[in-house]
Design a protein around this ligand. Structure first.
Ligand code: NAD
Length: 286
């Protein structure tokens, strides 16, 4: 095995840069009498969801984006949530709406996401926005995949003609990310829980993205020497620590580039949400 120490891709630092770079746009909007506004809806008391939403609200405020939090109990009626969304759709001071997932099991996630106005869908989860992404002309790119692309570009990782392997096929991470990589002329393989010979495929990747939510499932034996390894996974381990899908200590000896958890994709997701909210505001007054 080739002994190589991967370059660390620092998502925390890049996220701070992205947020700082948004300030002039926020100032320009203010000069036109528009302050970007994000409304976050959270239902239930999942501690991880609460932390994510709090981080998003804080990042907005640091960037001059107004934010409002709409909290509901775990047993909230779907109708109450839909009414909240409808009110936010109508509110001209709200430019972006996010529904923190997962929603409590009794709620129909698809129906709630479909209720968000596509023009305010800063998570990019509405079918209209996912469809636009599929066609290659996105309005709002889902935040985690958008953040991964920014990390790759910042690190100067070549994509055109390279083999990208994405582990995970969710609507919010794996599928949209695969589309973005395809749009950048990578040859993309999407792997999932039923994929046969996962390790063999992963080992062929020039860019390997792990988004399965399986702590440390990607070991050094799954990484091609010199490859770029992006770890989207965030799982809480029994000792309360955050674990990625990649065995960082082992994989960083083989990879050419690698993202840490925490401090990699997570902060970028939040920064891209702020960026999408600023863009939604610009589009609303264009
Ligand atoms: P999900 O559960 O909806 O999807 C997981 C995907 O991984 C599925 O498509 C499944 O087929 C695949 N998978 C599961 N086990 C597998 C295995 N053993 N081998 C191959 N594929 C397997 O999850 P998600 O919402 O896409 O999130 C994935 C991970 O990314 C989670 O850990 C989540 O917490 C994390 N996440 C992080 C951020 C961030 O900002 N850092 C954002 C979103 C999600």
């Amino acid at each position: 095995m080739q002994h190589m120490t991967a370059r660390l891709i620092d998502g925390k630092a890049l996220a701070a840069e992205v947020r700082a770079a948004l300030r002039p746009a926020v100032t320009a909007l203010a000069a036109r009498g528009a302050q970007p506004g994000l409304a976050a809806i959270v239902a239930g008391d999942d501690p991880a969801s609460r932390v994510y939403v709090r981080n998003k609200v804080r990042a907005c405020e640091e960037t001059g984006v107004r934010s409002e939090l709409h909290e509901f109990p775990a047993d909230v009626a779907e109708r109450a949530l839909l009414e909240c969304v409808a009110g936010l759709n109508r509110d001209p001071a709200v430019h972006g709406i996010l529904v923190q997932l997962p929603l409590p099991a009794h709620l129909d996630t698809e129906r709630v996401l479909a209720a968000v106005s596509p023009a305010k869908d800063v998570d990019g989860f509405h079918v209209e926005n996912l469809g636009a992404l599929l066609r290659g002309a996105p309005r709002f790119v889902p935040c985690t995949p958008a953040g991964v692309l920014r990390l790759l570009d910042h690190a100067g990782v070549p994509l055109a003609g390279r083999h990208a392997v994405v582990i995970g096929r969710s609507n919010i991470v794996g599928k949209p990310l695969a589309l973005l990589l395809l749009q950048r002329d990578a040859t993309v393989t999407i792997c999932h829980s039923k994929t046969a010979r996962l390790a063999e495929l992963a080992r062929q990747a020039d860019v390997l993205v792990a988004a399965a939510g399986r702590p440390r499932m990607v070991g050094a034996e799954m990484v091609k020497p010199g490859a770029c390894v992006i770890d989207v996974g965030t799982s809480r381990t029994a000792d309360g620590k955050l674990s990625g899908d990649v065995d960082f200590a082992a994989a960083s000896k083989v990879a050419g580039w690698i993202t840490p958890v925490p401090g990699g994709v997570g902060p970028m997701t939040v920064a891209m949400l702020v960026a999408n909210t600023v863009r939604a505001t610009e589009l609303s007054i264009a």
